[in-house]
Design a protein around this ligand. Structure first.
Ligand SMILES: [Zn+2]
Length: 125
């Protein structure tokens, strides 16, 4: 299986726009989650249809993050939005390398590339 190496992995304006929209949605969801912080029990992920089919599977993964750490998530989303305004969105805050699109799409508020993410997790215990 040949892996195609893309030299430029920069996000297009359209992609950025979509991601921004997605981030804002995620932020609202996280904020709502913080608000009605019942028992955080929810054994099964929501079955509601308030989420677009298109983003549903993606959101499901992120829901994991949200339910665990909604407040932290909001901060990360806000940081991502600020980075967008500055035009530096999509680069790792540690090594300054572009974060792969695949990762950005899975985790739009990712601050680090996978390598750096792993090393921060290590250093924080
Ligand atoms: Zn990095």
């Amino acid at each position: 299986m040949a892996i195609k190496k893309t030299t430029k992995d920069a996000l297009t304006a359209t992609e950025l726009k979509e991601i921004k929209k997605h981030l804002l949605t995620l932020k609202e969801e996280a904020a709502a989650r913080l608000k009605d912080k019942k028992d955080m029990d929810m054994p099964e992920a929501e079955v509601g249809d308030d989420i677009d089919n298109a983003t549903r599977s993606l959101d499901k993964e992120i829901l994991f993050e949200l339910s665990g750490n909604a407040h932290n998530t909001i901060e990360q989303i806000e940081a991502a939005l600020r980075k967008m305004d500055k035009g530096i969105y999509g680069t790792c805050e540690i090594c300054r390398q572009p974060i792969p699109k695949k990762r950005i799409k899975a985790l739009p508020f990712a601050r680090y590339c996978i390598n750096c993410q792993h090393s921060t997790e290590h250093s924080h215990g």
